[in-house]
Design a protein around this ligand. Structure first.
Ligand SMILES: C[C@](O)(CO)[C@H](O)COP(=O)(O)OP(=O)(O)OC[C@H]1O[C@@H](n2ccc(N)nc2=O)[C@H](O)[C@@H]1O
Ligand SMILES: Nc1ncnc2c1ncn2[C@@H]1O[C@H](COP(=O)(O)OP(=O)(O)OP(=O)(O)O)[C@@H](O)[C@H]1O
Length: 295
């Protein structure tokens, strides 16, 4: 195999609860993760000379070991003494530093792709065990679909697939550091935990209204006071008919679930018109993808 092309899917958190902090700064979480049909194209090519070359359409991303895709490739090259080099081309569409696991899904695609390309024989679980060393969201990005994530995000249990619906994603023009948000949570009391069990019950019934009603993200209490535009976007989505709208991960991206594309487009227009966000995309739930990474 000379090259491999993969779709690295973005995720949204339908539910995100934090159970407590660990001594190393990480937190125990209980989250319901969902892949969406918004993705980066990741191409991996073999090259004769050793090394890792990163190419990307976004000028501001690092091309060296600070790029998480580079880290993933370096990890496998070192462990398996791979002599040949790789060129990794990242055609990015997932908003960066957005709470949508853009970098993590790139790393996941590199682990998956190089395992196949170089015949390393790693199982999905082994890839996920390596992935968590790169970031807490990486194991999920290898598994994909509708998943309950516990531990720091690496203990994964498959859930019934999320019913199809339209997803509107809006990333306001601010950057949020995941680390800052989790640390800020330590100095405030969690007054209301999201209903993760209710979310799971809704998924088991296949009831979109129940799922939407049970959505919740404890990190909103930290990020929204810092960036009120997140609340403004949520309000626009709900006013346009969203079943519900919520911040994904540590933010600042907001997603809304809609029954109709027309309503999602109406919200998209309003959000752009009011200059709340420029990166606003109408997309879908991505339910498949556990076996065939390229689809
Ligand atoms: C917010 C989420 O995206 C929700 O899916 C994840 O929990 C974060 O996943 P991630 O960005 O892959 O996280 P990492 O890159 O491993 O960690 C970034 C920082 O987030 C904090 N972090 C992350 C995961 C976790 N369970 N507890 C944490 O406290 C830590 O301060 C860490 O230094
Ligand atoms: N391949 C990559 N794609 C995007 N960002 C990258 C990549 N490699 C390194 N980075 C850096 O990582 C930071 C976070 O980017 P990323 O898009 O992964 O965040 P995120 O959406 O918060 O992801 P997560 O939900 O996993 O926390 C950015 O500041 C960016 O410069």
């Amino acid at each position: 195999m000379k090259q491999i092309e993969l779709k690295a899917l973005a995720k949204i958190n339908l539910g995100l609860d934090v159970l407590g902090g660990r001594e190393n700064g990480y937190h125990d979480v209980r989250m319901v993760m969902q892949s969406i049909y918004l993705y980066d194209d990741v191409k991996i090519e073999r090259m004769k000379r050793p090394g890792i070359e990163i190419r990307t359409n976004l000028y501001f991303l690092p091309l060296d070991e600070n790029n998480i895709a580079y880290k993933a490739a370096a990890m496998l090259r070192e462990e398996f003494q791979i002599k040949e080099g790789v060129i990794i081309t990242l055609n990015k569409h997932i908003p960066v530093a957005a709470g949508m696991a853009g970098g993590s899904s790139n790393a996941a695609a590199v682990l998956f792709g190089m395992n196949r390309m170089f015949g390393l024989g790693l199982s999905q679980q082994e890839l996920m065990d390596k992935g968590v060393k790169l970031g807490a969201d990486v194991p999920y990005c290898i598994m994909r679909g509708t998943v309950l994530a516990e531990g720091i995000g690496e203990k994964l249990t498959e859930l019934p697939a999320m019913p199809k619906c339209i997803v509107l994603v809006a990333k306001p023009p601010i950057s949020v550091s995941t680390k800052t948000i989790y640390s800020a949570l330590d100095s405030q009391e969690i007054t209301k935990h999201p209903d993760i069990d209710g979310l799971i019950a809704g998924l088991k019934k296949g009831s979109l209204p129940e799922i939407a009603a049970a959505m919740g993200n404890v990190l909103e209490d930290v990020t929204i006071p810092m960036h009120p535009v997140i609340q403004d976007i949520k309000n626009e989505m709900k006013a346009a008919g969203a079943l519900n709208a919520m911040m994904s991960g540590s933010g600042p991206t907001v997603f809304g679930l809609f029954n109709s594309k027309a309503q999602a487009r109406k919200a998209q227009d309003k959000i752009r018109e009011k200059a709340l966000a420029k990166q606003v995309y109408v997309t879908n739930i991505h339910s498949a993808g556990r076996t065939e990474y390229g689809t």
